[in-house]
Design a protein around this ligand. Structure first.
Ligand SMILES: Cc1cc2nc3c(=O)[nH]c(=O)nc-3n(C[C@H](O)[C@H](O)[C@H](O)COP(=O)(O)OP(=O)(O)OC[C@H]3O[C@@H](n4cnc5c(N)ncnc54)[C@H](O)[C@@H]3O)c2cc1C
Length: 398
């Protein structure tokens, strides 16, 4: 079959791009290798800045509304903070992703789950041939002028078309603990964060409808082999027996390298496939949905032959996503180079808490927070370079 656009991967990035392109009158095929609803290792936290990118409410899949946090560090006591406004919605990915796919189907997207993409070739006229199927015998081929890779880090689209692989910056491990008596009072309306629990990351407890999600993450080269023991000790420290953890799963969080290409001719990478995970917080659903929104106008301009390629998407990324990723990476480097004072500041500064809340609601960006430091703003880049050298010397390969 022939389509205007084929989107590979039906996570938040793929379903958003597919919906946005179809709603502009184009035929779109959305493919995922998994049978839906499918789960994905993820805390399922959707910040308000992220939910606001969508033209509909995600309320049907929200299991808990977060307005505050219990924050501490590996050494310090916990501090309870309340924002007085909604910061984040807690969802489960199997429900959220299926919900987003349904909205795409309503916009006219043809969705096929259980459809792994096996091969991609680019024809001389610039169209793509996408081969789908578990075996060669049952394989089908579809063609399109626009191809979008929303298939996660090291996905097939980037691999077949020769994009440089996204760096796997961090890894995280998470599991669930049933709460048959409801969310414990101390966690009601709050998340628990243990900042700097692992080098390059943190520990979290997220309340959901009938369980809590407990997770830990950090730099792949340092935290990787300690993930399970840290998850167990962290679970114990927040009052549960790690033996109660179910569905324990890990995954990496791919991070953009500066200057990494995201589009060539009629193909573009979005979401984790392009490494749009926030380096400081590990939030990836925002980057997934934001890049899915950003790619659609460029794809339609290309399909309507108004432009020779999808460089409009590259420009949108440079304008709307990269400044924040760069600022977040700088703050992440500084935070983890000097974790003890950084945790103390993050947990006790009222100003930082307010800025953190405004970041989650989209009233501030990392870039605007850095700018608000006035004469110190230009020092973040050089300071981050020193911080990076320090942590590489301290931990070796990160
Ligand atoms: C433990 C952990 C906790 C996290 N917690 C949070 C959080 O609370 N909040 C947050 O914002 N972010 C969180 N993240 C990050 C977030 O999960 C990702 O950034 C986000 O899922 C990226 O969305 P995506 O659509 O780009 O990719 P994905 O959601 O990974 O979707 C990619 C899709 O592509 C499909 N696919 C892959 N290959 C093929 C193929 N060959 N053919 C067809 N389909 C294919 C896969 O089946 C999958 O459905 C967390 C990450 C981890 C690891």
């Amino acid at each position: 079959m022939q389509y205007d656009a084929i989107v590979v991967g039906a996570g938040p990035a793929g379903s958003t791009a597919a919906r946005e392109i179809a709603s502009r009158g184009k035929s779109v095929l959305l493919l995922d290798r998994a049978k839906f609803p499918r789960d994905k290792p993820c805390g399922g936290g959707v910040t308000i800045r992220c939910a606001d990118l969508l033209p509909f409410s995600i309320e049907p899949v929200v299991e808990h509304v977060v307005t505050g946090a219990v924050m501490g560090g590996p050494k310090g006591p916990n501090v309870i903070r309340n924002a007085g406004k909604t910061l984040t919605y807690m969802t489960q990915r199997r429900h959220l992703d299926a919900f987003l796919v349904e909205r795409a189907q309503e916009a006219g997207v043809e969705f096929r789950d259980g459809s792994p993409v096996r091969a991609i070739t680019e024809q001389n006229d610039g169209t793509f041939e996408v081969t789908v199927g578990r075996t060669t015998e049952g394989a089908e081929t579809h063609t399109s002028r626009v191809l979008i890779g929303a298939d996660g880090a090291n996905g097939v689209v980037g691999t077949f078309l020769g994009f440089e692989h996204v760096a796997e910056g961090a890894v995280a491990l998470e599991g669930n603990i049933a709460t048959p008596n409801g969310t414990p009072a101390w966690l009601n309306g709050r998340v628990a964060l243990n900042l700097g629990l692992m080098p390059g990351g943190y520990g979290w407890v997220f309340p959901k409808g009938d369980h809590v999600n407990v997770g830990v993450g950090g730099w792949k080269g340092v935290a990787g082999e300690h993930l399970r023991t840290t998850l167990d000790s962290y679970t114990r420290s927040v009052g549960w027996d790690p033996a109660q953890l179910t569905n324990v799963r890990g995954h990496h969080l791919p991070m953009q390298r500066p200057g990494q290409e995201v589009t060539v001719r009629g193909v573009a990478l979005i979401g984790d496939a392009a490494g749009f995970v926030d380096p400081l917080s590990g939030e990836g659903i925002y980057g997934a949905i934001a890049s899915g929104v950003a790619v659609a106008p460029a794809a339609v301009d290309y399909l309507d032959c108004r432009v020779p390629d999808m460089r409009g998407y590259r420009l949108a990324v440079q304008r709307e996503l990269l400044p924040d990723i760069v600022a977040s990476r700088g703050l992440m480097e500084v935070f983890h180079a000097w974790p003890t004072p950084a945790v103390l500041l993050a947990t006790h500064s009222g100003r930082l808490w307010r800025q953190f809340c405004d970041l989650l609601t989209g009233d501030e960006s990392y870039a605007s927070i850095v700018r608000s430091t006035g004469p110190f703003a230009p020092t973040l880049g050089p300071l981050a370079s020193v911080a990076r050298r320090l942590t590489v010397a301290r931990y070796g390969a990160r």
